[in-house]
Design a protein around this ligand. Sequence first.
Ligand code: IMP
Length: 191
Amino acid sequence: MKLIFASGNKHKLQELQQKLPSTIELTSMRDAGYEGEIDEPGATLEENAQIKAQFIFDRFGEHCFADDSGLEIEALNGEPGVYSARYAGPGCSFSDNNQKVLANLKGKTNRKAKFRTIIHLIYGNLNHVFEGAISGTITDDLRGKDGFGYDPIFIPDGHENTFAEMTLDEKNKISHRAQAVQKLIDFLKSR
Ligand code: IMP
């Protein structure tokens, strides 16, 4: 069975390929023949994941899925949320985004936050949505060198280290993305 991932991210593709049964032939949108980027005009993670999956389905008519993730901070009314990648503006770095979060949270006692991943699958014309989420708190300073994005400022509940102070294996056991991916895999295995 062929399954197209509406993403150009090679790391995500590799990680998924390892976890999927060999009966599923995972293909990136690039290998399927789409070289461009897909706009993400949605106001929510759910909308963006759906828009990207639908775009690829309309083009190729094959089983396909897309993902969208973000960090939602309670005291910032859910920001950066859907704008997580570009929170500090066009062309910003991970460090710019982290500094903006810390500045916006300065003096605030509520440091609660949540990482969420939405996977939108279009499978034989039907839509399926899988969600992974992990709650935690935002630190006062950057901590740790591993990972990416907001990893240095996020401590998952029940842990003392930030995601950036954990090994990739430790993070992948609990992360929002790993949880959503597991739900996708369980669904595909049950077909
Ligand atoms: P994407 O939808 O997976 O590309 O994620 C969008 C943005 O959310 C990324 O550019 C990061 O800023 C942030 N993000 C998503 N997942 C993570 C994570 O596991 N750690 C840190 N930041 C993340």
